[in-house]
Design a protein. Structure first.
Length: 219
């Protein structure tokens, strides 16, 4: 169960809503572990889309199974396919760097799809559709308060939006959860000019998590 405290304030001439996040979360740790293991076993047997034909391993997720922050990227790459762990390649090193620099701990990492698309292409719609049920179940079990969307593919299928550059560092409330939007760490691999914006986005996320409040402009 989550409890949100609401406080109305003014930011200059602009009325805003400050959502203070006071959380009560009761979890049965053994039950969470059991459900995640069952879900992983289901995915290992999955043949709903063609991606299963060329995978070495499914890439389920890693991190704190009771995390308050869950990062969701696009899809596994070559290194992830080999190891069965998300974000262990070059993009993963950038992600870990920013997490360490901003003292962000107690997180969980996963992807929109659990199998590597050929040549690291963007996953097709039918592949995402086949996998979203698993991701949604994973989110339900872990029950994070913040979901950090990494990149365009996650943005498209989690919030029905596009162009992550326009949304980098912004947050939205959807139901009981807050969705924080960030450039994908791979964007800094492909174009170093994205590094400052990615760095700024992580700093904003860290501040939000530390202060435990979200400021949302009122229309």
């Amino acid at each position: 169960m989550k409890v949100y405290g609401l406080q109305m304030v003014s930011w200059g001439a602009i009325p805003v809503k400050v959502i203070l996040i006071n959380e009560i979360k009761i979890l049965d740790e053994s039950e969470v572990k059991r459900k995640l293991e069952e879900l992983k076993s289901q995915i290992e047997q999955c043949k709903k889309c063609p991606l299963h034909k060329e995978r070495t391993n499914i890439v389920f997720g890693r991190g704190d199974e009771h995390a308050q922050v869950m990062f969701i990227g696009e899809a596994p790459g070559a290194e992830e396919d080999k190891t069965g762990e998300p974000f262990v390649g070059r993009a993963g090193k950038i992600l870990e760097l920013f997490l360490k620099q901003n003292d962000i701990t107690g997180y969980y990492i996963s992807n929109i799809v659990k199998c590597r698309p050929p040549k690291n292409r963007v996953p097709y719609g039918n592949e995402v559709k086949a996998c979203l049920t698993y991701l949604n179940k994973q989110i339900e079990i872990i029950n994070p308060k913040f979901i950090v969307i990494l990149g365009n593919t996650a943005l498209k299928y989690m919030l029905n939006r596009w162009n992550i550059s326009l949304w980098n560092g912004k947050v939205e409330r959807k139901g009981e959860r807050f969705y924080f939007m960030l450039l994908h760490p791979a964007s800094a691999v492909h174009d170093p000019r994205n590094y400052p914006n990615l760095k700024e986005g992580f700093a904003t996320l860290a501040k939000l998590l530390k202060e435990k409040k979200v400021i949302i402009m009122r229309s």
